[in-house]
Write a protein that binds this ligand. Structure first.
Ligand code: NAD
Length: 291
């Protein structure tokens, strides 16, 4: 199936990145949000991020102008219904996503594929809210979208082969690589990555190492570009904890129990970089380990 026009619902951190890469790949994009300020901020961010790509000779001035002209901001979900492929990337809350789907379905064309960028919510459950579970799947980008090469494609129980192949074609056009995942909690990347960060929290909690020794050990000993605690701060400790709960609840296995120290940091509001403090304190010139 040919995809020409893509609808992106939610113009936050991920939505603006998705609109950015889709427009650069030549797709017309309708970027939707309920919040006018979020739409304006997203367009500003896309402009700034594309300008950075121009200054690094990754794209031309004409590429940038063409891509920006292909993005239509919209407060109306009905306009999203006119697209061939919808990527829902609004706030990670199942009630919000269900309401979005309910509002969207009456406006969809019969051929439109609907996807979600959710990090943790069951694709099969979201699909059941639509009139087209066979044309619904997970389209999970990594953050920051313009830089990260991977997209996880997640089939719900009813997703048909044509829908999967069409989405695979779009990933190829974005010059990214797809990893196919089944619809189980946290899919592939977060299923492996977040328990590793949780285990680093346990190593800290049990006094096996301090923040610096744990991060240095994994950087120099396992060749990771970032230590696990530093990475947790980057992702957001609230997000890490929420994903551990999804794994623990969804798989009912004690090996996924969230570390009490991770819970404590989140309760303190020490959520990582975005809060100015997490396993490191970011309020000064250089990050300082908190333990
Ligand atoms: P965000 O908070 O930055 O943005 C969410 C946006 O959704 C906001 O602009 C908000 O106004 C908008 N929104 C809320 N309700 C809406 C509605 N009814 N209709 C339209 N827009 C609405 O969140 P984010 O980090 O961009 O995450 C979005 C999605 O992407 C989530 O499902 C998240 O799990 C997933 N995701 C996030 C990351 C990450 O690292 N942040 C990575 C992969 C996937």
């Amino acid at each position: 199936m040919d995809i020409n026009k893509v609808g992106v619902i939610g113009a936050g951190q991920m939505g603006n990145g998705i609109a950015h890469v889709m427009a650069l790949a030549g797709y017309d994009v309708v970027l939707n949000d309920v919040n006018q300020d979020a739409l304006e901020a997203a367009l500003g961010k896309i402009d700034k991020n594309m300008e950075r790509q121009v200054s690094r000779d990754l794209i031309s001035v004409d590429d940038k102008a063409g891509a920006l002209a292909r993005i239509t901001p919209s407060l109306e979900v009905a306009q999203v219904g006119e697209t061939d492929l919808v990527i829902e990337s609004a706030t990670e809350n199942e009630d919000i996503k269900n309401k979005i789907i309910e509002g969207l379905v009456p406006h969809l064309q019969p051929h439109t594929i609907v996807t979600s960028n959710t990090s943790s919510i069951s694709i099969t459950r979201l699909a059941a809210r639509t009139d087209r579970p066979e044309k619904f799947m997970g389209f999970h980008f990594m953050n920051p979208v313009p830089l990260m090469k991977l997209v996880e494609l997640i089939r719900g129980i009813a997703t048909d082969e044509e829908t999967y192949q069409t989405c695979l074609g779009v990933v190829g056009k974005l010059n990214k690589t797809a990893a196919s995942a089944e619809d189980y909690p946290a899919f592939i990347v977060n299923r492996i990555l977040i328990p590793m960060i949780n285990e680093a929290c346990y190593a800290l909690y049990e006094g096996v190492g301090n923040v610096a020794s744990i991060d240095n050990a994994m950087k120099l000993g396992a060749n990771h570009p970032m230590g696990p605690l530093q990475l947790g701060d980057f992702i957001g400790l609230d997000t890490c904890l929420a994903i551990m709960h999804v794994l623990h609840d969804g798989l009912a296995d004690t090996k996924y129990r969230p570390c009490p120290l991770l819970t404590k940091y989140v309760e303190a509001g020490w959520l990582g970089r975005k809060a100015g403090r997490g396993f490191y304190d970011y309020r000064g010139e250089t990050p300082v380990p908190t333990r």
